[in-house]
Design a protein around this ligand. Structure first.
Ligand SMILES: [Ca+2]
Length: 298
């Protein structure tokens, strides 16, 4: 049903379309609708999850690629409560390539700020919008996570194991964003200048690798304890594990040593239970089985 509000909205839209048409018609380059697609590339520094603190300068820039005639570019910065901190309208083409900055005041509202840029052309009106966020915080912390390979297949982290470089590790921030980075030569990733709060630090699953401990952990950064570090250990399945048939025909995937202890036959490194048939012990294997049974009886 048409409400008065809706009619009002349409009237407003029509008014925008009408008023956004060129005042100087000769300056306008009319283009087919498909070519009226401006692209806004934009950035800011510091980039989340790194946050800007009191009196830190946030650099903001954007560049617009367009085929239409610029009418104006609108810029707006809003705080975590959606309140406009500042805004500007750049007439004609003065706003298509801009660098500007904003200084964080003392006692700011902490959280996620949004930068919004709109491109309005004379032909197509509101043609493109882009938004990026940045973090502002009054206290900072740090998270360092390491990724290790259980190289000696003993199911424990320790001497003889190796750090893994170039592997992804991730955090989810208290503001709900996830960031991933690759480990350095020491198998480590550090995120610095983080807002305080509760994070999830995780080791994303990789085919062929088995996590040794919880692959996802909670990290709480507080004013009194603003740093967290932890190591994620993984076993390369093909190097350490294989299918192991137990005496009762059940199959488990373990190390050869573990199979020796609990099993009846190790099917080879890298083998999987769904690829092998354990079945009942055969005549020859039965003799092995009875030897094992006898050795248990001793
Ligand atoms: Ca180990």
């Amino acid at each position: 049903m048409w409400s008065w509000n809706r009619i009002g909205l349409w009237a407003a839209l029509i008014a925008v379309v009408v008023t956004s048409f060129p005042a100087v018609a000769s300056a306008v380059n009319y283009l087919p609708t498909g070519e009226r697609e401006a692209i806004i590339s934009m950035g800011r520094n510091p980039e989340p999850p790194e946050c800007a603190g009191w009196q830190d300068v946030v650099d903001i820039w954007w560049n617009i690629t367009y085929s239409t005639t610029p009418n104006y570019v609108y810029y707006k910065l809003t705080d975590p409560n959606g309140v406009t901190v500042e805004d500007s309208t750049y007439a004609d083409s003065s706003g298509v390539s801009v660098t500007r900055s904003w200084t964080v005041p003392n006692f700011p509202v902490d959280g996620k700020y949004w930068i919004r840029v709109e491109y309005w052309s004379k032909q197509a009106g509101h043609e493109a919008t882009a938004e990026v966020s940045f973090y502002v915080c009054s206290g900072i912390g740090e998270i360092c996570a390491q990724k290790w390979k259980d190289a000696n297949c003993d199911g424990e982290g320790g001497a003889g194991d190796l750090p893994l470089s170039g592997w992804w590790l991730c955090i989810t921030t208290p503001l709900g964003d996830t960031f991933c980075d690759t480990t350095d030569a020491n198998g480590q990733v550090c995120w610095t200048k983080l807002p305080l709060g509760t994070y999830t630090v995780f080791d994303p699953p990789v085919t062929g690798w088995v996590p040794l401990f919880a692959p996802s952990r909670e990290a709480v950064l507080t004013e009194n304890d603003p740093t967290w570090s932890g190591a994620f250990f993984n076993v390369h399945y093909d190097e350490c594990y294989g299918a192991c048939c137990k005496c009762d025909g059940e199959c488990v995937e373990v190390t050869p040593e573990e199979c020796d202890r609990i099993g009846y036959e190790f099917m080879g490194l890298g083998t999987h239970c769904d690829q092998v048939e354990c079945g009942a012990p055969s005549a020859t294997k039965k003799s092995t089985w009875s030897k094992i049974k006898n050795s248990f009886r001793k």
